[in-house]
Design a protein around this ligand. Structure first.
Ligand SMILES: NC(=O)c1ccc[n+]([C@@H]2O[C@H](COP(=O)([O-])OP(=O)(O)OC[C@H]3O[C@@H](n4cnc5c(N)ncnc54)[C@H](OP(=O)(O)O)[C@@H]3O)[C@@H](O)[C@H]2O)c1
Length: 229
């Protein structure tokens, strides 16, 4: 049975990943900061006994370490680094919050780094050996965006660490990719976004299912298109 670990699994795209992989028959390690408050996730776990809920704050070394101790050598077929934050309102050249910038890097960049470092051997010990970091096209330097200095730089750095890991772990057979989920109707994306979490996640799952060693270290859109850095 395929085992999928998902961070930020209590709402938005993360929760939808849990739902879709559970329906597909996978075993899910659904990780979130506050399991007792995760109403929708707990309801899904009532429905599917293949969902195990774990406490995890990706911004905390101690929390990631505790999860690693708890999971031991469990093989992880697909590690999905989904947890993320926007970085607050003060993201302009003349209106910046360095505290928020630091917090955003701690979650959006150090978070995936901590998870890949902690679970690289678990992924390498699995059948599928895949790591997907849910990044953003807003982190593309080639796209020439405007503003959102905090979020864009944290996602650009998340792209870098995921591709570095792809190169470093290639000899263990691990495939690692940053992915853009589209502009999605979640708390983060807002209700006016282009697509539903269902559309985004089914696209992302299809791309993940088709990943090969040749696709590793490249930046993929949820619809299967390759994105510029
Ligand atoms: N929605 C979009 O349009 C869009 C576009 C491009 C990229 N993305 C990326 O897609 C991913 C999911 O976004 P979303 O739209 O589903 O956002 P969301 O609805 O705001 O959900 C964010 C999730 O991340 C979790 N999280 C935040 N900080 C965490 C931490 N330190 N440790 C563990 N979990 C943490 C949240 O948990 P709590 O409930 O505990 O806060 C929540 O489960 C993010 O990485 C985001 O940057 C989204």
């Amino acid at each position: 049975m395929t085992t999928v670990l998902i961070t930020g699994a209590n709402r938005g795209i993360g929760l939808e990943f849990v739902r879709q992989y559970a329906i597909a028959g996978a075993s899910i390690l659904a990780c979130c900061r506050n399991p007792s408050a995760a109403k929708d996730l707990n309801a899904l776990a009532e429905e599917f006994d293949t969902i195990q809920i774990h406490a995890l704050d990706v911004a905390s070394d101690a929390s990631v370490h505790a999860l690693r101790e708890n999971l031991g050598a469990t093989p992880i077929d697909i590690l999905i680094n989904n947890a993320g934050v926007m970085g607050g309102k003060h993201q302009g050249l003349h209106d910046i919050s360095f505290d928020a910038w630091s917090d955003c890097f701690n979650t959006n960049t150090f978070g995936p780094f901590r998870m890949i470092a902690a679970f690289a051997n678990n992924v390498a010990a699995s059948e599928e050996k895949k790591v997907a970091t849910i990044s953003s096209y807003m982190g593309s330097i080639g796209r020439k965006g405007k503003g959102a200095y905090i979020y864009r730089s944290a996602k650009a750095a998340a792209n870098m660490i995921t591709t570095l890991a792809a190169t470093e772990l290639a000899d263990k057979g691990v495939i690692a990719v940053p992915m853009h989920p589209g502009w999605v109707q979640t708390d983060m994306g807002g209700s006016g976004a282009d697509i539903t979490p269902q559309e985004s996640t089914s696209g992302l799952r299809k791309v993940i299912a088709g990943l090969t060693p040749e696709s590793s270290g490249r930046f993929w859109n949820y619809d299967g298109a390759e994105l510029e850095w």
